[in-house]
Design a binder for this molecule. Sequence first.
Ligand code: ATP
Ligand code: MG
Length: 716
Amino acid sequence: VPTAEPGYLQGLNPPQRDAVLSTEGPVLVLAGAGTGKTAALTARLAHIIATRLAWPSQILAVTFTNKAAREMRERVGKLSGGALEGMPWLGTFHSVAAKMLRMNAELVGLHSNFTILDTDDQLRVLKQLIQAADLDEKRWPTRQLASLIDRWKNRGWTPKQVDAGESEAFAAGRGAELYAQYQERLRTLNACDFGDLLLHMLVIFRTHADVLEDYRDRFRYLLVDEYQDTNSGQYEWLRLLAEPRRNVCCVGDDDQSIYSWRGAEVANILRFEKDFPGAKIIRLEQNYRSTSHILSAADGLIAHNAGRLGKSLWTDAGDGEKVRVIGVWDGPEEARRVGEEIESHQIRGGSLDDVAILVRAQFQTREFEERFIGIGLNYQIIGGFRFYERAEIRDAIAYLRLVTQPADDLAFERIVNTPKRGLGDKAIAAIHRHARATQQPLLIAAASIVGTDELTPQARRSLTNFVADIARWREMATTLSHPELARILLDESGYTAMLQADRSAESAGRLENLAELTRAMEEYETLQAFLEHVSLVMDNDEARQGDRVTIMTIHAAKGLEFDIVYLAGWEEGVFPSQRALDEGGLASLEEERRLAYVAITRARRRATIFHAANRRIYGQWTSSIPSRFLAELPKPHIEEETTMSGGESLWRAQWSERADPFAHLGPAQTMRASTRGPGWQRASRGNFNPEPQRIIEARASAVSLGNQGRTDLELG
Ligand code: ATP
Ligand code: MG
């Protein structure tokens, strides 16, 4: 009797079905963007449950973000018909490991109610250790040690496993010793950091065969999405659990590996076949997401990477629209254009949920946010804070507020000990007491308390300096331009130095945000007008629900799709990022290119790339060099447009013909006559600076990855 095909198989193509139905033995699905890897993995999960191969509690399924885990849970529920009764082991590596560790904490000397430290806590502990070791904190910044320890944990190394060469990277070989002390300290605090969640479980697996046996027995099936971004520690963890049944299915795309800066290793894809001999490799080639021009543009771009496994993709979704490459005068024009297009999409009845703006770095969101607030367009920022909510921006604004308004107690509290000035809780409490007793603002109270013996000599000294600094800056405010004032505040307060001391991607991003802040200030006549604007923007910030445009970094967009995608700021130094250019290696450039590939392949129907001819950097208009990636896009699949005088696009001239294997295919351009006034002549070719190096040097700092890297770390 022919039975109806189960719902979860309907519509799947043959290789996808193969991925769903080959439940026994190792399977690796290696396929390009939008080919239905996640869809197949979800169907596989539904299949295993529906056919009772295992109970939901016997399946371990790993996604890259908690959001992806929630979506998979919902989809599996629908596909397998009826509500899904728990899938306790569906989550990110970190959330799954945290759950396991709670059940086994004693084995590594923790109690099951251990706390998970955030970055700030972690840094505080490390800082104490560095001080206790009598090391020069300037020379050996806390954050550097933090990122080293993180790296070691990502590799699955305990302190003993850190070899001398690696340990050499910090304080003349004391790295491993500090790492050991840190772990000891965390144990006494009954705490662990994110890296520990996995590492502790690894250690338990390595040393407690019975525990490992238990889990091996439990997990009948293992499924992993976004496999290309697993790190060595995660890989080992997975491999240990997968034995001896080896019912492990990983899906991934080497071209979308974008987290090597956090320890991910594409090489794990190659290792899979070796570690799981006889693994079935399934390739998916039909892309269901994008129309043909978009797919071909992305394909042509990624073809410039050397280290690839290579694959071919096709779609029957029709040609669709070409990828538009639009040159604009500057950042504000970029935001204006995008805003206009989204409004007309809305007027035609389109939903804002269909639209995403993808940026390379966090600082790029500001211009869009301000524009959208201005025109009343609902938006959300995913995986990060809105610009004026970011900690460094709030700090900078607090400085400015305190300088203009001595009675601003909130501002005072925020920055009196940021950066650290040795004004601890006791000193702050004393200032508060004095302020209450004398009914004065905190700053005034602070000025009078320094003459008393209520404070330690050291606190008295720092507070005196602080009060004097504020007075001096207030004086300066009368003569300096306000962006200039902001720069001086940040420099003289030690705020900039604090961020510079720390060479992480995160603080590079913060520096960029601050540079962006001073750029924003230039648009206002007075400091007062600017601060006014900020409070209005902040007031506008209550999270609105419903239809809204999504703004996020490319990193956060992994695995997602939108009908309409705008890609902003494709300029050298922005994308590829300054950091990648400074490192100069082929590897970092190739990772940027993979990011570009991820970016374009998020689009279903329309992809539009922007590059601005000018960016304002430290108050100077600087010509930008269009991104080399633009020249790598195959011409037949793109449509160029420029709003600038001079007509012809500049970027092809910038990047030599040899960078463009499709150059011979001829142009597919639509030009728009410029309607700009004389000021716009500056963008004309004559003045264009064709020398990338100068621009690159002018750029302040590296481009940030911001909070995006943390998306899988939040524990759902
Ligand atoms: P990425 O590499 O970006 O993570 P992916 O390979 O995981 O992409 P999916 O997100 O699973 O791809 O699928 C892309 C789109 O194609 C989704 O909208 C999905 O619903 C759709 N899709 C997947 N398989 C099929 C199919 N067999 N028939 C029709 N649509 C499909
Ligand atoms: Mg996917």
